[in-house]
Design a protein. Structure first.
Length: 73
């Protein structure tokens, strides 16, 4: 079944998810988390997007971003 089209409107809030394949871990140790946060900070500074919240979990990453700051099409 195909995914429903994203709803775009001013003020929309997006829950962005990145997961490991088949539930595999994407972070192996503390250094992996620190490296991810380093790149997240670098890209946030470079592309000037808003990031309201994030969670780094061993097998996935969750981010909360508002409409017009993250283009995921």
């Amino acid at each position: 079944m195909a995914r429903k089209p994203r709803v775009h409107f001013p003020g929309a809030f997006y829950h962005v998810i990145a997961r490991g394949n088949r539930g595999q871990k994407i972070f192996g140790d503390k250094q992996d988390y620190e490296r991810y946060l380093y790149f997240l900070r670098e890209y946030k500074n470079r592309f000037h997007f808003l990031l309201y919240a994030y969670a780094l979990i061993p097998n996935h990453v969750l981010c909360g971003v508002p409409h017009k700051t993250c283009y995921v099409e």
